[in-house]
Design a protein around this ligand. Sequence first.
Ligand SMILES: Nc1ncnc2c1ncn2[C@@H]1O[C@H](COP(=O)(O)OP(=O)(O)OP(=O)(O)O)[C@@H](O)[C@H]1O
Ligand SMILES: [Mg+2]
Length: 314
Amino acid sequence: MAIIEVEDLTKTFGSHIAVDHLNFKIEQGEVFGLLGPNGAGKTTTVRMLAGLISPSKGTAIVKGYNLDKDSLKVRQTVGILTENPSLYEKLTALENMDFFAEAYGLSDPNEKQNRIQELLEFFELWTRRDDKVATFSKGMKQKLAIARALVHKPPIIFLDEPTSGLDPESSKEVRDLIAKLSQHEKSTVLLCTHHLEDAEKLCNKVMIINKGRSVVVGTPDELRDRINGTPAVEVTLKKLTSSVVEAAKKARNVTQVTVDESSCKLLVTLDDVSSGTPEIVKRIVEAGGLVLSVVVVRPSLEEAYLKLIKEEQR
Ligand SMILES: Nc1ncnc2c1ncn2[C@@H]1O[C@H](COP(=O)(O)OP(=O)(O)OP(=O)(O)O)[C@@H](O)[C@H]1O
Ligand SMILES: [Mg+2]
């Protein structure tokens, strides 16, 4: 059974429909990406699923708890990094962590201390633990907010733009952390992000929403296939000759060969890349071509996203 089951989830603000009858499931241990343009309804969806605001219609079952009936249980079960995390600026990093650990019921002082130290060390904030949060940089606050969301070892973690404001090194650490949480601790992660490369690397499944409605749900691979991006093989040569081009055209299942003279590249489009590539390379080599590299070109998740959103807006 799915750990999160969303049924007809809807949120209206006045006459505006922010989230419009969403239905989806998230399996345990999955990293589920929620993608969509600004104002699509991602943050509103996450806030409902975390029990912070109530749906106008529809509901969700979160680890067996119903959003309407057991919203307190839902709040205790999940960890959430919100879009604009509010930390207590006048308290120190340690005091902030301590406050939330208590609020989540970590009563054993040793366990609490160890968990807080482990998280602050991971985010390189341990040496700054006694400084007031008001003196922290934007990225340091973001890291503290992520640490806070994880303090009670929640089985379900909602991360709304976790790498926003982080430097490249810290962003990578957060990405690695998300992968680790999902793979080793079997935590379930719902990730809202505009970084499609992150989503492509991290997510087992993604859902694109637009104007509150689901556009498409699937694995990143499925989404790429949806846009009919014809797979192709890009062959870079030391020198381009007409016999090499002719040789590539003769290979089985090749539908098109595009020549890029300036960079000495051939783009070969064919029906089945994995079975056809060796023959193409063999023919090129036999025709005297000096092959520098062979790369299978596939549409990225970003290309798929842009195309699917564009189709939706038509
Ligand atoms: N408290 C609120 N009151 C009124 N309207 C709201 C409220 N919260 C969100 N909305 C509206 O709901 C829609 C969805 O907003 P939401 O913050 O969920 O989008 P988002 O997908 O998270 O966008 P972004 O990528 O910019 O973070 C927007 O039109 C927004 O103006
Ligand atoms: Mg948002």
